[in-house]
Design a binder for this molecule. Structure first.
Ligand SMILES: C[S@@+](CC[C@H](N)C(=O)[O-])C[C@H]1O[C@@H](n2cnc3c(N)ncnc32)[C@H](O)[C@@H]1O
Length: 299
């Protein structure tokens, strides 16, 4: 088990799909179509196969019917990815393995390597080693949805800056893809720099999550995760958080009984729980945007 639940991946898939830059995806498909007969795509950290699903229409339009190698360390997710491939009539094999050592990743024979929502989990050496392997094989890379650290909420709240900065700092914790700290918000930039240095053409496009009130389930889960991350770091001074919550509630009151802040000034459950209640309040968070560039790089 990787810790990525299929229910979470299912929640994010429609928002991811909306976010993907269609132009970049089309270019990846067109590049693959002219790369040779029966090309192979290796999808790293495939989860339930969202990238395969997202790319299918663009590949069909490009007249390309590649084979896929779906790689993940979670057998349950891989089984769902295999089911998806079968449903779509796509020729796919699954490999259940740990990607922690980028030098051991079976990208051999792949014309295109893909990864979605993966590189922000990776460390510096993972990117450097994978970049060398790609260049050695002249493979292209299409890496989407790499969170770049900018999240903005609408309407905004006095705690936004500190919450997002705390979350971004938490993103740097090692996730096991390579050694040491994760690149987190620096991942897309680092990837682009590494590939350019190896003589690759690099194109970047934004693939932002635009989370609307109708995406409440995803918003609630993600924001709870953000609150937990910020709570773990202890970056919010509880007294200051309470003060800001009260100011915010006074200036924003739009009606009673919506279950949001403020908590009473005597409430001792401050810190993470207050933060969570603050940033989860539907009154305060009707929409938000999270920027996640995509990278397409070709030799
Ligand atoms: C955020 S999910 C993205 C899944 C999928 N690419 C998508 O866009 O829906 C990250 C994926 O990477 C996989 N993963 C994380 N660390 C891994 C590791 N060390 N080895 C193999 N897979 C890993 C997880 O199991 C998960 O499926």
């Amino acid at each position: 088990m990787s810790g990525f639940q299929s229910s979470w991946l299912a929640l994010r898939e429609p928002v991811d799909l909306r976010a993907r830059d269609g132009g970049l995806m089309r270019k990846a498909a067109e590049w693959l179509a002219v790369s040779g007969a029966a090309p192979l795509v290796a999808d790293l950290g495939c989860g339930t196969g969202a990238t395969l699903g997202a790319m299918e229409p663009a590949l069909r339009d490009a007249g390309c019917n590649p084979r896929w190698r779906l790689i993940d360390n979670d057998p349950a997710l891989l089984a769902l990815a295999a089911e998806r491939a079968a449903r779509l009539g796509v020729d796919a094999e699954t490999r259940c393995l740990d990607l922690s050592d980028a030098g051991m990743i079976p990208t051999g024979g792949a014309a295109l390597v893909t990864a979605s929502a993966l590189f922000d989990l990776a460390a510096e050496d993972f990117v450097a080693t994978l970049a060398e392997a790609l260049a050695g094989a002249k493979a292209a890379l299409y890496a989407t949805l790499n969170y770049d650290g900018s999240t903005s909420f609408s309407p905004s709240h006095p705690l936004d800056g500190i919450v997002v900065a705390g979350f971004n700092r938490h993103q740097l914790r090692p996730k096991g893809l390579g050694r040491g700290a994760s690149l987190g918000p620096a991942a897309a930039r680092r990837l682009a720099t590494a590939m350019k240095a190896l003589g690759y053409d690099v194109e970047l496009a934004d693939s932002p999550w635009e989370v609307e009130p109708e995406d409440q389930k995803l918003a609630a889960e993600h924001i709870a995760g953000m609150a937990d991350a910020v709570g773990e770091l202890g970056v919010l001074d509880p007294a200051e958080a309470r003060r800001l919550a009260n100011i915010s509630a006074r200036t924003r009151r739009q009606g009673a009984g919506d279950g949001g802040p403020p908590r009473s000034p005597g409430d001792s459950r401050v810190g993470p729980s207050l933060t969570r209640s603050l940033i989860r309040s539907p009154r305060i968070r009707s929409g938000w945007r999270r920027s996640s560039p995509s990278v397409l790089t070709r030799a």
